[in-house]
Design a protein around this ligand. Structure first.
Ligand SMILES: [Zn+2]
Length: 240
């Protein structure tokens, strides 16, 4: 049986002599694996369809539990992401995070559309803030939404010394002090990227780094998966 799926390449692995196994995030069927034959040969017609971040309409043949790519027509290759190392790693974080929060066979149209739009925005804009917005949304859609509005203990405004509780995904004031110390710049960057009111003076570059580090740790705690690309992107930000 052949069927079509609009899908984004999350991950690829070599197998056989010239083949790859793709992990695809499809709009219609969620996460699926599919073999793609001969794409490691120079000049292979479907080479583009086995590249990272490729967004295409795939035609798949299903035999038993196995999918094989028959053909693909490109929707967007997001080529600008391959010309800038920061954008490349940030984009790898988008696909890595989507992979970490998705279970096989679960359809999540909103996450799919958010992932595709984040990759598009990264091509031209600020990849770090786009990534933070995407991770916040991915966490929310997975039931791990962060609470960014007030102290989770007493409802007081978050100012001065604040704390972040990894288990609860919430901030608290210095009186309630649940979890580890956090910075106001982290909170303000998270609020900015969540589309909430924030203090521009506090949403600085250091806050972007800290916000990503916090999200990386929180995601690892909730999904029990370490997204390798997040570690690599953080190292790149720390070096720059
Ligand atoms: Zn409090």
């Amino acid at each position: 049986m052949e069927y079509k799926a609009d899908a984004l390449v999350l991950r690829t692995a070599d197998f056989g002599e010239n083949d790859k196994m793709l992990t695809l995030f499809s709009l219609q069927y969620g996460k699926i694996s599919a073999a793609i034959r001969g794409v490691r040969k120079a000049g292979a017609k479907l080479r583009f369809a086995a590249q990272p971040f490729c967004f295409a309409e795939y035609v798949l043949a299903k035999r038993g539990e196995r999918n094989t790519v028959v053909s693909a027509s490109l929707t967007d290759g997001f080529y600008a992401l391959r010309e800038d190392i920061g954008k490349f790693y940030a984009a790898a974080c988008v696909t890595g995070v989507a992979d970490a929060v998705l279970y096989g066979g679960i359809v999540n149209e909103e996450l799919f559309l958010r992932a595709v739009s984040a990759l598009g925005q990264m091509c031209g804009g600020n990849e770090a803030e786009t990534l933070i917005s995407f991770i916040l949304k991915a966490l929310e859609l997975s039931g791990y939404m962060l609470s960014l509005d007030a102290c989770a203990g007493c409802g007081a405004p978050l100012e001065g010394r604040i704390f972040f509780d990894m288990a609860g995904g919430c901030f608290s004031c210095s009186e309630c002090a649940a979890g580890a110390g956090a910075s106001l710049s982290t909170l303000n960057v998270l609020r900015k990227c969540a589309g909430k009111e924030y203090d521009p003076a506090l949403a600085d570059k250091d806050g972007v780094f800290r916000a990503l580090r916090l999200l990386s740790a929180y995601l690892a705690e909730k999904t029990e998966t370490r997204v390798k690309a997040l570690g690599e992107y953080l190292a790149l930000l720390a070096a720059g």
